[in-house]
Design a protein around this ligand. Sequence first.
Ligand SMILES: Cc1cc2nc3c(=O)[nH]c(=O)nc-3n(C[C@H](O)[C@H](O)[C@H](O)COP(=O)(O)O)c2cc1C
Length: 197
Amino acid sequence: MWKKILAGLLIFTGVVTLIACGSVPETMQSQKVDSKVTSSDGKILVVYFSASGNTKRVAETIANQKNAALFAIKPSQSYTEENLNYRNTDSRVMKEHGQPDLRPTYEGDVENWDSYDTVYIGYPLWWQQAPHVVYTFVEHHNFGGKEVIPFCTSSSSPLGTSGTNLAKAAGTGTWQVGIRFSGGVSTTEVLNWLKGK
Ligand SMILES: Cc1cc2nc3c(=O)[nH]c(=O)nc-3n(C[C@H](O)[C@H](O)[C@H](O)COP(=O)(O)O)c2cc1C
């Protein structure tokens, strides 16, 4: 009986000493590396365009919660309040709306695009669709091997065909249905949606 207890104690002390000396078995070492990769969450990217801040707020909430990288699509010529006035037939947005093939340029680009597995892509609805500059972005990137989750903000229009049309324009990637938030959506509502992601 006492011999068994002594043998047990010796084995226990041996294991403790091995761990304390850093001599961790290989299987445990690889688990350690795996968990590091998952916790850094460097594989998620949130890309968004926002003209008046609503989509930006949602994008930042997603990026914070998911520990993701954030890229703002900033048109080379930014939109002033006057530019955005769709009630004025001469405004910039009204003129651009009449040119469906227009692809405004934007500043900079995503670094290490290939390293991301999941891309959230956010935009305001303009005439029930993503603005032209978001098309510039999706047409210039290869989404192959990536899961893409569109999200938009609007006054009242639903997501509609805005996400599927972007998916068609991209031509690559696994696009989810996505979600529409109201312009004044609360952080809690966005976080609740993210719980299911
Ligand atoms: C040019 C223009 C067109 C818009 N078209 C729609 C629309 O079709 N449906 C809608 O519900 N809201 C529409 N809106 C409202 C925006 O989608 C909404 O305010 C959005 O939250 C703005 O996002 P942002 O602050 O990120 O730019 C439009 C706004 C602008 C400036």
